[in-house]
Design a protein around this ligand. Structure first.
Ligand SMILES: [Zn+2]
Ligand SMILES: [Zn+2]
Ligand SMILES: [Zn+2]
Length: 364
């Protein structure tokens, strides 16, 4: 039996690591601390890049008019609502008698902060003669000095930019610059022991039909070559390394509605719009003062502080906007067949919420 191994080329290395090992790449000023993993360092912007809030500054809000709806509008809204519920009859809505339409003042406060965050990591690609923008072309810009095009305000977006002048070429760390790695299935021999006769060439006292008595079979993983093209450099032997900067723009929104209507579920407000009678937009906005609803003043001050603390440590604040919306809410009290009941009309869309609705076929 032939024990001679297949063609074994000692110059073809075993597979190296898929990622460059620690210390493989030199640190670049301003981009230290790369581990090559997903936990890229986060760069807080230099103080000059973030707006500084002025002390003791406040914002005043003009007076507002509370919207009211008529009985016709309330009835129309209810009829529309009843149409969407197949178990409800339109009859009570048509024939009910309104007793009172109580407008309720609901303010929604919203704070939006548009931020930019920058992180970076080493990246590489097979080198095939493409342009190498290395340090010979100049100093690489610091993370917050790399120019990018701002997206439209308040749009979430991620952009990846190659940091200028950080590129260089290095032998592939996986194949050591050979372009090939030894096949791990056959250990570079190109042949494997026949699994049917366990290398004997015979099974059940007959010549093995699988290997034709040779005891060995061609390695199916490398097709008998004993090596594979390097999966990292794709055979090009060299890699182009560069720093990739990830710039993330994010629209951060916080909403607040004081919870004062126990019979009305506040979650309903999330689906409707109101009248944004006060919009204040600037790089930084300041707490609202002197507004008749003190809870809105307090939440404005609280959220503005929260956003400043939360975002300034890691991101650049590009723009802020605070809005007070008057969200229409009317409690409609009515009687039908001698019974007193009620429903709510809410939002500029005049949506209806009711926990109880009379049945049309009650015996009278
Ligand atoms: Zn065999
Ligand atoms: Zn093989
Ligand atoms: Zn390689």
């Amino acid at each position: 039996m032939d024990e001679d191994p297949g063609a074994f080329d000692p110059n073809i290395p075993e597979e190296g690591p898929s990622a460059p090992p620690p210390g493989w790449l030199d640190d670049i000023h301003g981009y230290q601390g790369h581990k090559g993993g997903p936990d890229d360092p986060l760069y807080p912007p230099p103080p000059a890049y973030n707006p500084q809030p002025e002390l003791n500054r406040n914002t005043l809000v003009p007076n507002v008019r509370v919207p009211t709806i008529s009985e016709d509008e309330a009835r129309r809204a209810l009829l529309q609502f009843v149409e969407t519920k197949w178990t409800y009859s339109a009859k009570p809505a048509r024939n009910m008698t309104f007793k009172e339409l109580k407008p309720i003042i609901v303010y929604r406060y919203r704070l939006e902060t548009y931020t930019e965050t920058r992180t970076s990591a080493w990246h590489f690609e097979p080198y095939n003669g493409q342009m190498v923008d290395g340090p010979q072309y100049g100093m690489c810009p610091q993370p917050w000095d790399v120019p990018v095009t701002l997206p439209q305000r308040y749009t979430d977006m991620v952009e990846k930019v190659r940091v200028p002048h950080t590129s260089f070429i290095k032998l592939c760390h996986k194949c050591n610059g050979i372009g090939r790695t030894r096949c791990g299935c056959c250990f570079g021999r190109g042949m494997k022991r026949c699994p049917f006769c366990h290398g004997n060439g015979r099974s059940r006292n007959k010549r093995c039909t699988s290997c034709h008595g040779r005891g060995r079979k061609r390695c199916s993983s490398c097709l008998g070559k004993g090596f594979k093209t390097c999966t990292i450099c794709h055979g090009s032997q060299n890699l182009l390394h560069f720093i990739l900067l990830t710039v993330t723009w994010k629209h951060n929104v916080d909403d607040f509605i004081p919870d004062r209507q126990p019979d009305f579920p506040d979650k309903k407000f999330e689906k409707v719009t109101g009248d944004p009678f006060f919009i204040d937009e600037n790089v930084l906005v300041y707490p609202i003062q002197g507004f008749p609803d003190q809870e809105i003043c307090d939440v404005s001050s609280k959220l503005i502080n929260e956003h400043l603390n939360r975002f300034r440590a890691t991101s650049r604040i590009l723009q802020q906007r605070q809005t007070i919306e008057l969200v229409p809410l009317t409690h409609a009290l009515y009687s039908y067949k001698g019974k007193d009941q009620s429903f709510f009309v809410y939002g500029t869309e005049n949506k209806v919420f009711t926990s109880k609705y009379p049945s049309a076929c009650s015996i009278s």
